[in-house]
Design a protein around this ligand. Structure first.
Ligand code: HEM
Length: 433
């Protein structure tokens, strides 16, 4: 149909540099044009909130590559792996029941709200430790020096991995996510495979060590469960790799986006300084505006009809989370970043059976990290051309956010105040924000 051509062009734009820098006008055009579009290389995708949410909560749909049609994007992810990695069970978000339910139950308590609350003091201390090193620097990259190491140190602590390995883990984790990118180059694919192997090898060694000398960490917990025959060694290895990667870069992306949004909207930052109770809303608003995983997918277990299109058994269906989160049918003034927005029921953590297991952890990490960041460094501004977005339509986050520390911010005084009066007020810190 001729009217589909501009839409196909828009879809292609999503993978270009301009589209990756700012995909939101493209998503908006797609969402308002139709509820479903064909995405080159990915297949059909839903753009509207109500449809995306309904699919996430539909328990009949599947996620695994075994359920997907041979040749489809999802089946390809597994088929392109070498035999040794195909032998490893897939990550939890690509597993269907009954294995999914069994494995999720085994690790759920390590990521419960109670477990996360117990980590709050450590998170605060880690944020301060990282900022001690940045406080006196005139300029720095907030991604490299803060948003990357912060969640890495937390997930390493939960798993029980020594902090000395973290630099290597970052490289491996970034490489592994190329496995999920259907447009990854052969070199990126090779890099993903080597990194996946290296991570699996590393965790096999850690699990072997914990079988002999267990301690109070998640790797020991998995080694104990293995001893009780509740999971296989390969399942334990795969869970460790999955948690390390999932716990790493998505939260980095959230922290980076929240810092960026608050720098872009100083009035929202001042509001948070006056009303710290709004911090949880600020985190969810950043998740809504810039979802770190903007594209999810499901597989049809049998033939079905959706939005006037016929699907066959094993067909893939994409969900444009980033488009759904800015659907004006649900979110008034959807492009506006507003930390006072209530009931932000975004779909950035998915929904239903595969709802993100790390959601309480990610929320707490972002809230503590970014709050402490601005408390300690209140005079930051963006360096011109110091910003770069990751080159992937599957994962949205800043790869570079260069900031400089500046002179004290101009304080906004109540109407009618004279410069003399303002100088007097400067000596009364309680009146300053
Ligand atoms: C801002 C940070 C994060 C975002 C945006 C995010 C997003 C998501 C989404 C959208 C899903 C569902 C995928 C689907 O339905 O296909 C998911 C699943 C998952 N996430 Fe997260 N995640 C984040 C942080 C974390 C952290 C910190 C962890 C823990 C280490 C984690 C562990 C998991 C696991 C294990 C699953 C699979 C759950 C299942 O299939 O039952 N995530 N995540």
């Amino acid at each position: 149909m001729p009217e589909q051509c501009p839409m196909r062009a828009l879809m292609r734009l999503l993978s270009t540099r301009a589209g990756l820098d700012d995909p939101h006008p493209i998503y908006a055009a797609l969402r308002e044009a139709a509820p479903m579009h064909e995405l080159p290389h990915f297949g059909p995708g839903l753009t509207r909130y109500a449809d995306v949410r309904a699919v996430l909560f539909d328990r009949d749909l599947r996620v695994s590559s075994q359920a997907a049609k041979p040749g489809s994007a999802r089946a390809d992810i597994a088929a392109k792996l070498p035999p040794d990695l195909q032998a490893l069970p897939p990550p939890l978000f690509l597993q269907d029941d009954p294995a999914h339910k069994r494995l999720r139950r085994l690790i759920a308590s390590a990521f419960s709200q109670r477990a996360v609350d117990a980590l709050a003091g450590r998170m605060e201390a880690i944020a301060h430790m990282l900022l001690d090193a940045l406080e006196d620097r005139e300029a720095f990259d907030a991604i490299e020096h803060f948003a990357v190491p912060f969640p890495a140190l937390i997930i390493a602590h939960i798993l029980g991995v020594r902090a000395g390995r973290l630099g290597q883990f970052r490289i491996w984790s970034e490489a592994v996510i190329a496995e999920l990118h259907p447009l990854a180059s052969p070199v990126e694919r090779e890099g993903a495979i080597s990194a996946h192997r290296a991570l699996a090898h590393f965790f096999r060694g850690e699990l072997a060590e914990r079988r002999h000398s267990p301690c109070e960490d998640l790797i020991s917990e998995l080694a104990r469960a293995e001893g009780r025959s509740e999971l296989s060694e390969e399942e334990a290895v795969s869970l460790c790799v999955n948690l390390l990667v999932a716990g790493h870069f998505t939260t980095t992306d959230l922290i980076g986006s929240l810092i960026y949004l608050l720098l872009k909207h100083p009035e929202q930052r001042r509001l948070l300084a006056r009303q710290p109770a709004l911090w949880p809303q600020a985190v969810d608003e950043a998740l809504r505006i810039e979802p770190p995983t903007p594209l999810l997918a499901r597989v049809f277990p049998k033939a079905a009809q959706l939005c006037g299109r016929a699907f066959e058994q094993g067909d893939n269906l994409n969900l444009f989370v980033a488009a759904a989160n800015r659907d004006p049918r649900v979110f008034p003034d959807p492009d506006c970043f507003d930390v006072t927005r209530n009931d932000i029921d975004h779909v950035s953590f998915g929904g239903g059976a595969h709802y993100c297991l790390g959601a309480p952890l990610a929320r707490a990490e972002a809230e503590i990290a970014v709050r402490v960041f601005f408390e300690r460094l209140p005079r930051l501004s963006l360096i011109e051309r110091g910003l770069a977005w990751r080159r992937s339509p599957n994962f949205r986050g800043l790869s570079r956010l260069e900031l400089k520390q500046g002179p004290p911010e101009r304080v906004e005084w109540p109407d009618g105040a004279t410069p003399d009066q303002t100088n007097q007020w400067r000596s009364m810190p309680c009146l300053l924000e």
